[in-house]
Design a protein around this ligand. Sequence first.
Ligand code: ATP
Length: 240
Amino acid sequence: MATNILKISNLKVAYGGIQAVKGINLDVNEGELVTLIGANGAGKTTTLKAITGTLPQCKVEGEMHYLGQHTKGLTSFNLVKQKLAMVPEGRGVFTRMSIQENLLMGAYTSDDKAGIAADIDKWFTVFPRLKERAAQMAGTLSGGEQQMLAMARALMSHPKLLLLDEPSMGLSPIMVEKIFEVIRNVSAQGITILLVEQNAKLALEAAHRAYVMDSGLVTMTGNAKDMLDDPKVKAAYLGE
Ligand code: ATP
């Protein structure tokens, strides 16, 4: 049986009086690319923030297990140490540092210099655009290049689970294609990914399994390729 990496049971999140997530279950197994799709405001980002423990002002209920361990009481710092990596919406690269320096920051928990150099080389082959610009300040990169850098930086930490929040947001169609090519490539290397996306078509094409969220609830789950052919998904999320 596949090893479970993340298990969410009956997760509920409220911002004051607003119940943004109303009791969802979600699993991610080792090596899977799982996508969470749904309309604006469905609760996708809130779910990711609940996983990383970055909802300090909210009422969070339910159970979460990461690598078989209950996450209650774990800080986001503990989770990073346990190789949970998140690329947030809006990317969050260090704008006044070069690409190379950003990548080194991604490896800050390691002191294996040779290993870090080998990892940078490895990710430069996956992200050739970053290699060409290694000395360039991150703040001068295009939105798509910053997205790639944020992903590469997260990958430098050897994540056991990579959380991606809307990686295609605000990018040109060509850049969106490129980002998805990279996501598929990273997944093919066996890295476990939970991908939150509004571009349902590309997300379903890339993913193994999918969850559809609507108004704080999971309304559908299953094999991603099957969902591409599902009439309800087509009508509601694929604009067909
Ligand atoms: P989007 O794709 O637009 O980011 P989403 O599915 O990620 O949507 P969330 O960002 O999780 O949705 O938002 C879920 C609900 O929670 C929305 O109704 C939103 O207005 C509300 N919400 C999110 N953040 C806050 C906050 N800090 N305070 C109050 N309400 C919030």
